[in-house]
Design a protein around this ligand. Structure first.
Ligand SMILES: Nc1ncnc2c1ncn2[C@@H]1O[C@H](COP(=O)(O)OP(=O)(O)OP(=O)(O)O)[C@@H](O)[C@H]1O
Ligand SMILES: [Mg+2]
Length: 377
């Protein structure tokens, strides 16, 4: 076992996702296909996956970008369905450490594997989503050079730079979306609009503007119809905002732009008061803006066979009837281990089947809800 001072217990500063190789079983599992069926798809469409020798047998060895390329191919072949219109999600719970970032990141991977094009926007100046996807916002160009991390891992801009043309008070230089977004798993993986601590200043700029809470909604609408130079959001099926644990100006903007609030609620350290606050906040927001995003509360860090947790879950269901996922995210060390290795859970090879299957079941429910909400219009 590692010594407590061993550096390897800390998050690595750089993981090259392109050098993580996955087995055919792992790749097929991402699509809920058999390895035979996956192989057929590859052969029919001339996809060449590199082979490595396992014993005497050459075995296919996939990178994450190979896996996402296959997801895109399946979409183009009609083997996975798109959605009727763009859908916007925001994580929201005014409590720290409930799994917002973990859920936002893994949901983005799940939806992309399901064939949707996802943009995940780090809307938290802490930049945890960016870090979880391999972009540490605290590292400047010299740090990257010193640590021999490729220069393209630099976080150089955030939502403030691309929304800037719309604002009268320009807190940030205007940048093209393509100069700011990151593609941690290649073109066909989810795209990331990262953040660093200077994103805080966008809140100040929005405080000074009229209609302070509506700028993200305006930006998305304008950028979907070609009215924001250098920023086309219409290519994305789903936009996910990951928020800080506060009802800040930035959070409110994302909520006002959203179709769905994703609220991960911890079952192990349950706070009824926090839940009540969440409930009241949503109600106040809906009244103030005459617009109520749907809510999905996800029970997280659930532990089996504990009566206290069962009663917490019952309380959550009482407070948000019909809005709690049937499946739960279970408490698992896999989450922290995956984070230590710098790889999100759904792409972490060592994750236990149960941990992954239960997470996928929750994300599958969210995808069904997205399909229902986009269809009913
Ligand atoms: N199901 C789980 N089981 C065990 N640990 C988990 C689980 N989900 C997340 N964690 C761990 O809990 C910690 C907090 O998770 P995360 O950063 O996603 O929370 P957050 O709500 O985004 O926090 P913040 O409010 O600071 O933004 C992380 O160390 C993460 O690895
Ligand atoms: Mg977070």
């Amino acid at each position: 076992m590692n010594d407590v001072n061993d550096q390897s217990t800390q998050a690595p500063s750089y993981v090259n996702f392109g050098e993580i190789f996955y087995s055919p079983q792992f790749a097929a599992g991402c699509f809920n296909l058999t390895t035979r069926r996956l192989k057929d798809i590859e052969e029919q469409h001339g996809i060449n996956i590199r082979r490595v020798a396992r014993g005497n047998v050459p075995t296919r060895s996939y990178t994450s970008s190979d896996i996402f390329d296959i997801a895109a191919l399946r979409r183009s072949l009609g083997q996975s369905k798109g959605i009727a219109r763009q859908f916007v999600i925001a994580t929201f719970v005014q409590k720290g450490g409930t799994g917002k970032t973990t859920e936002a990141v893994n949901l983005s991977l799940f939806l992309q594997l399901a064939g949707l094009k996802v943009l995940i926007i780090d809307n938290d100046p802490q930049g945890d989503t960016s870090s979880m996807l391999g972009f540490d916002p605290d590292l400047g160009p010299e740090d990257l050079e010193d640590m021999q991390i490729p220069a393209d891992r630099l976080v150089d801009g955030h939502v403030g730079n691309v929304i800037s043309p719309l604002l009268r008070m320009r807190a940030f230089d205007t940048k093209q979306l393509s100069d700011v977004i990151k593609k941690p798993f290649g073109e066909n993986g989810p795209h990331l609009l990262p953040a660093d601590s200077s994103l805080e200043d966008l809140g100040v700029a929005l405080d000074a503007a009229d209609n302070s809470d509506m700028w993200y909604a305006t930006w998305i609408e304008a950028a979907n119809s070609g009215r924001v130079p250098g920023c086309d959001l219409s290519v994305y099926d789903v936009i996910i905002f990951d928020n800080a644990p506060s009802g800040s100006r930035l959070t409110k903007n994302s909520v006002a732009a959203s179709d769905l609030l994703l609220c991960p609620v911890r079952m192990d350290k349950f706070s009824f008061r926090a839940l009540l606050r969440l409930h009241e906040w949503c109600a106040r927001f809906a009244q103030a803006y005459r617009r109520a995003p749907a809510i999905t509360a996800v029970p997280t860090m659930f532990i089996r066979n504990r009566s206290r947790l069962e009663s917490n879950l019952a309380m959550l269901n009482d407070m948000f009837p019909g809005q709690v996922t049937d499946q739960r995210i279970y408490y698992s060390e896999d989450y922290s281990k995956a984070m230590e290795e710098g790889v999100p859970l759904l792409l972490w090879k060592s994750a236990g089947n149960k941990t992954v299957d239960t997470a996928r079941a929750v994300y599958g429910e969210i995808l069904s809800k997205i399909r229902t909400l986009t269809k009913s219009e």
